[in-house]
Design a protein around this ligand. Sequence first.
Ligand code: FMN
Length: 192
Amino acid sequence: MDLYQAIRERRSIRKYKPDPVPEAVVLRVLDAANWAPSGVNLQQWKFYVVAGGKRDQIAASYGRMTEQNYPPAGKRTEQQETFLQWAKTYGGAPLIIVATMPREELQPRRHKMHLESVAAAFQNLLLAAYAEGLGTCWMTGPLADEANLGTILNLPANEEIVALTPLGYPDQVVQEKPRHDQHLREKVVWLE
Ligand SMILES: Cc1cc2nc3c(=O)[nH]c(=O)nc-3n(C[C@H](O)[C@H](O)[C@H](O)COP(=O)(O)O)c2cc1C
């Protein structure tokens, strides 16, 4: 698949088929993530591929968190109800990929370097997944419950979560959201 086409057509998917994703495909996608550039070539990303009961625990955590911020059942808007279903199930995705980076307190510049490296790998992951016919949704909202997620994943104390994404075959077609300033008049500054 052409790179520009993948960049342009990838969308955040919030509804998935239950079909399993072959391990070889998951590994191809994570290999693409592993080829990202990284600060000092530290390749400081780590990926947790979460399935089965652990996946359900992660989804329950997001559901609980979302429910806490919403009015009680019966008083929610349709939009809130739809979002809650998405949160509780991650749209039915069979897998959740959690990306982590080293936790280094008191070193803000290295923190930035680690974060940017893992973000680069994560975007590679999203694009490779799209090329494989898979759906993803870059998510940081669920990190509001990061401590509990860390417990579910048995995360070592020296790792912190950067983002997670459901991974599975899409069960929806998502319209593209127009980008602001499409002609790049405000977002790009040319200097000489
Ligand atoms: C850093 C980051 C955090 C995001 N967090 C969430 C999230 O918590 N929940 C969610 O549903 N989507 C999340 N998204 C997805 C955005 O909503 C989505 O990328 C944006 O609306 C553009 O849509 P598109 O990805 O289909 O082009 C996140 C995206 C990024 C890059």
